[in-house]
Design a protein around this ligand. Structure first.
Ligand code: PLP
Length: 223
């Protein structure tokens, strides 16, 4: 199967119910261009260096999303151009993004990463952490950050019920934030959940944005 065929198939399955972020990490520019030529404009990367290199080399109407764990000291490299940072998981990172947004005279869109999986290795806030973090004072201070929603990753398991339960918990947390902390923020509207193995379940559970890599570009070779 070609990238274009894969992309078409994934898009058919999504059926306009969520935004498709094509995850091109580890894949060469030619592969990104193949998807670009088939009409795809939103791409996700998980490493700052690779994201920056691809941004510089590829067409400027591509929307670049940072989907991986982001260290505060690397925000400066992507702050001028990044369209959405999915994995914001600390107060320090929020404040750094704000500072870099200010330097670049722009507001940087972010999603708060929530820990929904059973595994302890995944990054993200708990609900209690979020509720105590998101004070009026902090939100007022973050003038150059636009918090657009939440992001989460389900447990790596074959157990569909487990995955569904975790996605449902993220949707419910989003709903609680939407009617409390972000009640006056119409821009707070995204739930980034779902990858190649589980994006259809995620959409059924309310995902607005899916991050799909291997189903489009094939398996990744890490070297
Ligand atoms: C790699 C990655 C994806 C895409 O994974 P696939 O299983 O290849 O679709 C999605 N989200 C994040 C955060 C990733 O790092």
């Amino acid at each position: 199967m070609s990238i274009q065929n894969n992309l078409q198939e994934v898009k058919q399955q999504i059926n306009n119910k969520a935004v498709l972020v094509a995850v091109s990490k580890t894949k060469p520019n030619e592969d990104v261009m193949e998807a670009y030529e088939a009409g795809q404009r939103v791409f996700g990367e998980n490493k700052v260096q690779e994201l920056t290199a691809k941004y510089e080399a590829l067409p400027k109407d591509i929307e670049w999303h940072m989907i991986g764990h982001l260290q505060s000291n690397k925000v400066k490299y992507i702050a001028p151009f990044v369209n959405l940072i999915h994995g914001v998981d600390s107060e320090k990172l929020l404040k750094t993004i704000n500072k870099e947004g200010k330097k670049n005279a722009r507001s940087i869109a972010c999603l708060l990463q929530v820990h929904i999986a059973e595994e302890e290795t995944k990054f993200g806030f708990s609900e209690a952490e979020l509720m105590s973090l998101l004070s009026r004072e902090l939100l007022a201070e973050l003038e150059h950050v636009e918090i657009r929603g939440v992001m989460g990753m389900a447990t790596f398991t074959e157990d569909e019920n487990q995955i569904r339960k975790e996605f449902r918990s993220l949707k419910q947390l989003f709903d609680r934030l939407k009617t409390s902390v972000f009640a006056d923020e119409p821009g707070f509207q995204e739930i980034s959940m779902g990858m190649s193995g589980d994006y259809l379940i995620a959409i059924e559970e309310g995902s607005t944005m899916v991050r799909v890599g291997s189903s489009i570009f094939g398996v990744r070779n890490y070297h």
